[in-house]
Design a protein around this ligand. Structure first.
Ligand code: GRF
Length: 222
């Protein structure tokens, strides 16, 4: 049984999608713990609902960044995880952390990387006038938002889209691709070679929202 630790900071919608998938798809894996750096994060209740133990490590209660980083590293290490999943974890991990869990650390970023790294990706996509946007699941490396890409999901950008409408469409695809990428990892189907990820046996690593028979993309937000 693989052991998974999930790090969160906020709403926990990806966390919920992952925990649902664990139940419905009978993964050979235990989500042993959720660690959250914000005591008031709604994601804490999500973990509790699924009866996953949660530890809060409030970054504001440490006198400096390095002490927080050490506490996070130590706590995570205690679980001897095979995989660490960042699900809306909004702090930059220390170099130590990334090295210790190299190739065992996954993140989801709300854009089609390498486009729009960093924050406010939906605003940036609308400003750039792109016609496709989406989300990327990738392994985490020292540099922000550039690690090997495991899966990507695309959504259309509609005329007159607001940031909120686009964000909610992207979330739908996030909830499809993140559980899928985790499942590949659990089943040891991920091959990482020279910074590129492929899946064995070969599978499509890009995803779209489901379409109607007429080819119209189904989207809950319209
Ligand atoms: C998601 O948009 C994810 O792509 C980004 O942070 C957000 C987290 O949302 N990394 P949630 O906490 O999973 O609802």
């Amino acid at each position: 049984m693989k052991k998974i630790v999930i790090l969160i900071s906020g709403r926990g919608l990806n966390l919920a999608a992952i925990l649902e998938a664990q139940h419905t798809r009978a993964w050979e894996a235990n989500i042993v713990h959720v660690i959250c750096n914000r005591p008031e994060a709604p994601g804490v209740a999500v973990a509790k609902k699924f009866r996953v133990p949660v530890t809060i490590i409030d970054h504001t209660s440490f006198s400096n960044r390095s002490l927080y980083d050490q506490a996070l590293l130590q706590k995570t290490r205690d679980f001897e995880p095979d995989l660490i999943v960042l699900a809306g974890y909004m702090r930059i991990l220390s170099k130590d952390f990334v090295h210790q869990f190299s190739e065992k650390l996954m993140n989801i970023h709300p854009s089609l990387l390498p486009s729009f790294p960093g924050l406010n990706t939906h605003r940036a996509a609308l400003k750039a006038g792109v016609k496709w946007h989406g989300a990327t699941v990738h392994f985490v490396t020292e540099d922000l938002d550039v690690g090997p890409i495991i899966a990507q999901g695309v959504v259309p950008v509609m005329e007159n889209d607001t940031e909120e409408a686009l964000a909610s469409r992207v979330l739908q695809i996030e909830h499809l691709i993140y559980p899928q990428a985790i499942e590949w990892f659990i089943r040891e189907q991920i091959i990482l070679e020279q910074g590129n990820v492929r899946v064995e046996p070969a599978q499509q690593q890009f995803f779209m929202l489901p379409t109607t028979p007429e080819g119209i993309i189904h989207s809950n937000d319209e």
